[in-house]
Unconditional design. Structure first.
Length: 208
């Protein structure tokens, strides 16, 4: 059964067990999905309200985009664990001959690259969703402002959790060009996202 087809209680119980996956990567993707869902919810609570009529188009457009991002995060919950399982599968490969050892090493390097790309994608999605969330400050239902703040916090957790997963995987990658590209790209995404999340949170706190 896919992770996202499980009940919430089963999902968290599996995460709390000795099973190595789902782990931090899937948890980060779930945080991202929650942040996107909260952003969409604020839009849904803004649409159709006379008081916020001037933001009707913004709310509708943002809701659609946030729901699309939510679905992409949900997909990554599964894909992150699938990527980890590819790494786990390498350990069952034979290593008796030089050829087997070489094939094992090649498979591990490919698996680690896959495990890097998935959380990096989470980082990109987190930045994109935070942009949407930020755009709703002062332009959405004030009664749901705390939900907007929670969205920012969830997205900050998502990108930081994803970043840890990028770092732990590139540490084992021999392809230095690949490792440098993802390290530098990830740092840029963090530098863009975390100040946004902080700004959203602080603006919401001031408004309450």
């Amino acid at each position: 059964m896919r992770l996202t087809d499980q009940t919430l209680s089963t999902f968290v119980d599996t995460m709390a067990s000795s099973e190595p996956a789902p782990g931090g990567g899937s948890a980060a993707a779930l945080e991202g999905a929650l942040g996107a869902a909260l952003t969409a919810m604020v839009c849904a609570l803004t649409k159709g309200k006379k008081k916020y009529a001037e933001y009707e188009t913004l709310a509708a457009d943002t809701e659609q985009k946030a729901n699309t991002l939510k679905a992409r995060f949900v997909d990554i919950i599964n894909r992150d664990t699938d990527a980890f399982n590819m790494v786990a599968d390498v350990f069952s490969m034979p290593k008796d001959t030089d050829a087997q050892k070489a094939a094992r090493k090649e498979a591990m390097q490919a698996a680690l690259k896959g495990c890097t790309k998935t959380p990096y994608e989470m980082m990109e999605l987190s930045c994109e969703t935070l942009e949407l969330t930020k755009g709703l400050i002062g332009r959405s239902n004030a009664s749901a402002s705390s939900d907007l703040g929670c969205a920012a916090l969830s997205l900050a957790a998502a990108i930081q959790g994803a970043w840890l997963n990028v770092l732990i995987n590139i540490g084992g990658i021999d392809d230095q060009e690949f490792a440098d590209r993802y390290r530098q790209g990830g740092q840029k995404l963090l530098e863009r996202a975390l100040p946004m999340a902080k700004e959203i949170y602080e603006e919401i706190v001031k408004s309450l």
